[in-house]
Design a protein around this ligand. Sequence first.
Ligand code: CU
Length: 412
Amino acid sequence: MKTLLIKCAVSLGLMLSLYALNVQTVMAHGEKALEPFIRMRTIQWYDVKWDKQQFNVNDEVSVSGKFHVAEDWPISVPKPEATFLNISTPGPVLIRTERYLNGKPFMNSVALQPGGDYDFKIVLKGRLPGRYHIHPFFNLKDAGQVMGPGVWLEIAGTAADFSNEIKTINGELIDMESYGLSNGIFWHLFWGALATAWLLWWLRRPLFIPRYKMLQAGLEDELVTSNDRLIAKVMLVGVPVLVLAVNAMTIGDYPNTIPLQASLDRILPLPAQVNAGVVDVETLKAEYRIPERMMTFTLKINNRSENPVQIGEFMSANVHFLNKDLQASYQGDAGTMTAPEGLSLENPAPIQPGEQRTMTITSSDALWESEKLDGLIRDADSRIGGLLFLYDTVVGERYISSISAAVIPKFN
Ligand SMILES: [Cu+2]
């Protein structure tokens, strides 16, 4: 007994110390758990921005940005026919008040078109004070969650100040924090009490064996008394009558209601950019060198624009590999998921107008490993996908290409 206790204490202590060592993993809340090919080749987020990251309870905060739905959608992932754009939070620390896709408000799940680009905006309101790690994310039906870039939000103030008042379609002002709460609790307790009473009515008497014996002795008529029959009849009639009566009362009290919506919103992708197809990028080959944590792409670039263009960034699964010679063009926040010198070009000279160039680019950083993207080479689907950002440094135009290729691993 004593040794068992010591063993328990030791393993608990070990678990706790591992926990303390592993803060990074604990904070990662599973965003790396999804297979790399799902994170890299489904929803490709870019230009995601928060309007502020420090605010008070009751203040509004919004996150907006864009995402590309990969053309090279993995064969084993169901097509994005029902997806839900949401915000991952540690509990109800914010409430969502508005949500837009391509400028259109939407309430339900939405079907996305592979190859399309979308613009989103979510408006939230601070509810509980604290410091929280928050991501926008897409729930893909039957596939899982694809996280957008995460940030830390600091909400100041006191929880008691939070108010969530809305005006209903009948013009009534209600507080969503407490509206209908007592009614909900009452009905749960009521049906719970009725069900318990019904069970107890039968359970208070001798149960299986005595009743079985009575059945064997031919006394089945005495097993169910006239009181039992009466109560059963009252239940049989009373419960449906009560449900229908209360339902009729509710309809009388609230004649104008909107049913819970279960339809699918149809929102088309943004119209193709004016500059779509002006700069063409084709991926010929991708190789991953495991010891160096280095992905090399062989690309065929065709510049049909009027100005020279340069490759500025490769982005996949929210990891940004930047060309160190062209960093001014990067608009995002250089947070933890950015390799500021992660991208190097075999030929750094700008691609001239009308030029067709086959070249290799190399993205190397420990992020391939720490973000568990290198697990790709052990997947049954070892294809990579991501966005390549090219910049026209003369007029500041940006060209985005979704690239994808099968990855050949090099083990040494
Ligand atoms: Cu996170």
